[in-house]
Design a protein around this ligand. Structure first.
Ligand SMILES: NC(=O)C1=CN([C@@H]2O[C@H](COP(=O)(O)OP(=O)(O)OC[C@H]3O[C@@H](n4cnc5c(N)ncnc54)[C@H](OP(=O)(O)O)[C@@H]3O)[C@@H](O)[C@H]2O)[C@@H](O)CC1
Ligand SMILES: [K+]
Length: 509
């Protein structure tokens, strides 16, 4: 972790952020826990108890519960929930999508527990045709053992759950959502999802967001040292991290200590983007900002932010001195891919140094600098731009966002920020090189949001944060600012320009 220039020694304790695992890594943790002396059935009993406690807390008035059980251990969790609910006097029905007699191991023990508690267990497919009028549905069809999209009777169960107006608790993950990638085509649309032992990477990014509902997590009381061991895919970005990255400034700080950013872009008609980049950088604390843009935008830029230093430029030849003075560059928004944009981009790439490369500059990178790899840049593609860079479709990027971001990193180096729900920051293959932002909201689906993000990352780069740290903090501050702005005024109608002032609060943790 790097510290911004001219700041006090870090005082806040740096918390280790929550780890994210894929299904195989989760199964390895399950095995470790069992090897450490907690039986598989005890884990299942704890999982069912955690789920039932959440049901009591969130739906205290629920009296009729229908539990959809599959044939694996996810189904086993469901049988435990059913047993506990029945013992508590609720009316419970299990729809079994695999004959309970065929279940093995701890899942068979859970079936016995449900039977003992007097739970009605009926054949799943037959039960789908019988009305039940449930207050709550529990999805215990598929968990981390699922392979591919739900098949056969499981698919019909998913459809039935989604057609039922009752709220849905998904056990471990919504059936049909891929725990590793978040890919989901036909999946349970849950009200809440309660995950056990490990936070599944796939529940935090891409399409999964449309299915998981509110996310809950329970570590089933396992030893934290066990949970911290073994492999993981990456880590979650959390607000508590900000204090560690952004300590207070020294009283003697002046603008020469807090970095000088050069923003380049804004062909005629596209000046707003670079103004937003500049303003966002200023609001996260960049000391000085020079904007090199088409001369037609000078008045607008100065009217919006008189703090900027703006220069109308006709070609890359006119930014040599600005590049010399700048600690970092943000280039791309509104740049265009014509001769003007090309000339400026070539000039910016002539010398190394921290750069945020976005939008049109990503296209120019692909068309003019195939194979160029650098450590000091931050590339910020949205899924469409990532697809352009990888030569595939945006839907393929979304189907496995981590794989796409990793491939971009292998080709281009530096830091890859793959935007979209559950933005990913990737700077290598290790767990500590991968960060995922679980914040943000659909109000951010509007023009200019990416420009503001690029500005924030660039504004942190000039303050001396390392590229990976600047990208993580920028992504987090951007999403938290958007959430705060949405809380104040709602999601629909949220403007990119609204974020900058909310960001200020976050960079002074
Ligand atoms: N002790 C532990 O480890 C703990 C585990 N825990 C819980 O166990 C869960 C993992 O359990 P798991 O590994 O048994 O797999 P699970 O997700 O239930 O699915 C396997 C079943 O699904 C079927 N199937 C697969 N894909 C399918 C498809 N596309 N469409 C249709 N069917 C499909 C497959 O059938 P097959 O195709 O093999 O015949 C098989 O019957 C985990 O998420 C957590 O909830 C917790 O209790 C904590 C302790
Ligand atoms: K499930």
């Amino acid at each position: 972790m790097s510290t911004p220039l001219h700041t006090r020694r870090r005082t806040a304790a740096v918390e280790v952020p929550a780890r994210l695992h894929d299904a195989a890594q989760t199964r390895a943790l399950d095995r470790e826990a069992i090897a450490a002396g907690i039986s598989g059935f005890e884990l299942m009993r704890r999982a069912g108890a955690a789920a039932f406690a959440l049901i009591r807390q969130r739906w205290p008035k629920a009296r009729r519960i229908r539990v959809f059980c599959g044939g694996g251990n996810n189904g086993g969790d469901g049988y435990v929930v059913a047993a506990l609910a029945s013992r508590a006097g609720l009316m419970v029905e299990v729809l079994a999508f695999k004959s309970p007699e065929t279940l093995a191991g701890e899942a068979a023990e859970a079936v016995a527990m449900a039977r003992e508690a007097g739970v009605a267990i009926v054949d799943g497919e037959a039960g789908l045709d019988q009305p039940f009028d449930a207050d709550l549905l529990v999805d215990a069809l598929l968990g981390t053992g699922a392979k591919g999209a739900p098949r056969g009777a499981y698919l019909r169960a998913v459809e039935a759950i989604n057609q039922d107006p009752a709220p849905v608790l998904a056990i471990d993950l919504p059936s049909g959502v891929d725990a590793d990638t978040g890919m989901a085509e036909q999946a349970v649309s849950a009200t809440l999802t309660l995950s056990f032992i490990a936070r599944k990477f796939g529940l935090y990014t891409g399409l999964a967001a449309d299915y998981v509902g509110e996310r809950f997590f329970d570590d089933l009381g396992l030893d934290p040292r066990l949970l911290a061991s073994g492999e993981a895919l990456g880590r979650l970005l959390e607000p508590a991290m900000l204090a560690g990255y952004l300590p207070p400034r020294l009283p003697s700080s002046h603008k020469g200590h807090t970095g000088h950013l050069l923003v380049v872009g804004g062909r005629p008609g596209y000046g707003g983007s670079t103004i937003m980049v500049s303003e966002a950088a200023a609001r996260v604390g960049a000391g000085l900002i020079s904007l090199a843009t088409d001369a037609c935008h000078l008045a607008a830029a100065l009217a919006r932010r008189p703090e900027l230093m703006v220069r109308g430029v006709r070609s890359g030849l006119e930014i040599g001195d600005l590049l010399e003075a700048a600690d970092a560059v943000a280039i791309g928004p509104g740049l265009g891919q014509g001769a003007w944009g090309q000339g400026l981009f070539d000039k910016v790439l002539e010398r190394p140094g921290p750069r945020v490369i976005d939008a049109d500059a990503l296209h120019l990178l692909e068309s003019r600098y195939a194979g160029l790899r650098r450590d000091d840049w931050v590339l910020t593609p949205h899924p469409g731009e990532a697809a352009m860079m990888l030569g595939c479709k945006a839907s393929q990027v979304q189907a496995d966002r981590l794989a796409a971001a990793r491939e971009l990193w292998r080709r281009r180096g530096g830091v890859i920020v793959l935007k979209g729900n559950g933005t990913l920051v990737v700077a290598g293959e290790n767990e500590t090189d991968v960060a995922l932002c679980p914040y943000g909201n659909p109000g951010m689906a509007s023009g200019g949001m990416g420009d503001v993000l690029g500005g924030m990352i660039a504004g942190l780069l000039v303050q001396g944060l390392a590229p990976f740290d600047a990208a993580c903090v920028g992504v987090l501050v951007h999403a938290l600012a958007a959430d705060e702005a949405a809380r104040v005024g709602g999601e629909r109608g949220l403007l990119a320009g609204d974020l900058a002032s909310f960001a200020r609060r976050r960079v002074n943790p």
